[in-house]
Ligand binder design. Structure first.
Ligand SMILES: [Zn+2]
Length: 419
């Protein structure tokens, strides 16, 4: 299990200058290294339908640019640009490793066949963090002891340890991050022992969770958590602040200050949302030992008219947080496909189509009447229990095979109507 704890650090004014300087030079190096890679790609590739007159490398074809060639060139860089001598060598290496990872994500598709976007050139101020890949070991660049963080080439500074480091973890890396409201050090640590998930036959209080816009979430027990609307509430305040920025002269000191003020509003909103997600996740994990959620296509939902509300709710972040909290406590979180969860009847499996405005689920076959979200949560729970092979008896008196059969029926019906 890898955890990351972030603490605020208090660098002196001189140290801050050095750190900003470090970020700037690393950014330039990133841009240079990315340019080198793109250049190599352009020189060695030719469209299949073009003759060689159109696309021909001029001069020698350079050697393939990889992480290793770039890393070994660091020595030369330091001779040409003595500024790089003032930056911890490992931080420079990690900078190149990050580029390498972005590069590979762009060129090599992952298991589902998706690729990342092309790595971008960074504008001034866009690189916001650098890494000391070792901490608290003899040759490390960073040492954290008794509330003082000592960074090579920068110096010692106070760390505000608002919570102690957990016991039994080995400290791995230290990332220095420049955020809107100051500097932070994020310490990642690892513990090889991960609590085993609770065995399936000991599951006592399983629960299905349906996330929505009317309520933030509804559980299969009928419990609801109201939505927050963090962004919507702050929208007018933000608009005012952005208006102020628009009236200021671009690039001026005051405009910079105003920009920072806006960034801090956004930061606060993000923090409020995250805190709410953590509290909700802990509440669920504390009271239940098996949680079923939908595997939502949030990118798709964010393209609809409801996008602002969808992104404000941030279900994706919530599910990631829920997953992490559950792993820590040894509880299973199962994701199921959301297809048709609000349409199917949780009691008999009949299809009850309804628009978003119909809040009540009324089954025409078995006469079941219940809240629409609760019905969906029950469906989600049933699907998850089916997926892990548990028989449902506690919720709705459903037999194990029934929904599957019903689904098969429906599918055949759909196919018949198609042909
Ligand atoms: Zn029914």
């Amino acid at each position: 299990m890898i955890l990351t704890y972030c603490y605020r650090i208090k660098p002196s004014a001189e140290q801050e200058v050095v750190m900003l300087h470090t970020l700037e030079w690393l950014r330039r190096h990133w841009n240079y290294a990315l340019g080198q890679r793109l250049d190599w790609l352009r020189r060695t590739r030719c469209r299949i339908d073009r003759c060689s007159l159109v696309s021909e490398p001029i001069g020698d074809i350079s050697e393939r640019v990889t992480y290793y060639t770039q890393q070994s060139a660091l020595k030369e860089t330091k001779q040409l640009f003595p500024e790089y001598k003032t930056i911890w060598a490992e931080a420079q290496q990690v900078n190149l490793q990050r580029l390498n990872r972005a590069w590979e994500r762009w060129l090599v598709p992952d298991r589902s066949g998706k690729r990342g976007g092309r790595p971008r050139f960074k504008k001034p101020g866009e690189l916001r963090s650098f890494v000391y890949p070792r901490i608290n070991c003899p040759k490390a660049g960073a040492h954290l002891k008794e509330g003082i963080l000592k960074l090579s080439k920068i110096g010692g500074m106070r760390v505000i340890l608002h919570r102690p480091l957990p016991n039994g973890f080995k400290l791995k890396t230290c990332t220095i991050v420049h955020k809107a409201d100051g500097w932070y050090c994020c310490i990642s640590m690892e513990d090889k022992t991960v609590p085993d998930p609770l065995p399936l036959d000991e599951v006592k209080s399983p629960i299905g969770v349906d996330v929505g816009l009317k309520e933030f979430l509804t559980t299969s027990m009928g419990e609801t958590v109201p939505r927050q609307q963090t962004y919507r509430k702050a929208q007018r305040h933000l608009a005012r602040q952005q208006q102020k920025l628009a009236r200021q002269q671009k690039g001026s000191k005051n405009a910079e200050k105003q920009k920072n003020r806006i960034a801090r509003v956004h930061q606060r909103l993000g923090r409020i949302r995250k805190d709410f997600h953590y509290n909700t996740a802990h509440h669920l994990v504390k009271n239940h030992d098996f949680i079923a959620v939908e595997d939502l296509n949030i990118k798709g939902l964010a393209r609809t008219r409801l996008s602002k509300s969808v992104l404000d709710a941030a279900w994706g972040q919530f599910i990631t947080i829920l997953d992490a909290v559950a792993v820590k406590c040894g509880i299973r979180v199962v994701k199921v496909t959301p297809h048709g969860t609000s349409v199917d009847c949780s009691n008999c499996g009949a299809k009850v189509p309804k628009t978003l405005s119909i809040r009540l689920h009324q089954c025409h076959r078995c006469g079941l009447e219940m809240d629409r979200d609760e019905n969906a949560a029950l469906n989600i729970l049933m699907r998850a229990l089916n997926a892990v092979g548990l028989i449902v008896s506690a919720c709705g008196g459903q037999e194990n095979t029934q929904p599957l059969k019903q689904e098969a029926e429906c599918w055949s019906g759909v196919q018949l109507s198609l042909f």
